[in-house]
Design a protein around this ligand. Sequence first.
Ligand code: FE
Length: 232
Amino acid sequence: MLFRQLFDQESSTYTYLLADTATGDAVIIDPVREQVPAYLQLLRDLELTLVAALDTHVHADHITGLGKLREATGCLTWMGEQSAAPCVSARFSEGSEIAFGGYRLRTLYTPGHTDDSYCFLLDADDHHYAFTGDTLLIRGTGRTDFQNGSARDQYHSLFDRLLRLPGDTLVYPAHDYKGWTVSTIAEENACNPRLQVSGEAEYVAMMSALQLPNPKLMDVAVPANRACGTTS
Ligand code: FE
């Protein structure tokens, strides 16, 4: 399998390009609109066919590249069934499978950061991968104070779902603000300060004590992303 972790400096977003090198079929996770020309060049350079572009959730901090990628390649564009985004061509729900060549991404519904947040799981070449969106970050978790976020839901998504994955599962988040690129479930379980809580009540109290400013692009990005990034 080909694996590329791509970075958008403006929004500190990680985008993932995955491909079956035997068939040339590729998927892209959480693409950023401004980077679409670079993705298209990379697809051409590597002689890959983009079959699907997926967002882990409707983002508030950057505009999605889904619509532009579909226009350019004809790929399917996917978001979760909870996403208020009529522009997508397909929707996943809990346990959906999205194939590229001989590989399959499996969806895990993990609400909390937003009510449409999903993680994507993949077993490939003796590794477990988890693309955790803004549900689980490296030494952090996604904020839960807008877009129907819920600290309580996030606690259960983390503790009842993600942290029960095998400890050696590689954690690839949607963002990192310090340049960290990858972690594991075991490492986050042991070292992530947000996960060192006694239970749901402590987690909810910790998250509601965060006083975070709104993302600077929020008022632009959320409506634009519901249109797959093609209207503004
Ligand atoms: Fe987000």
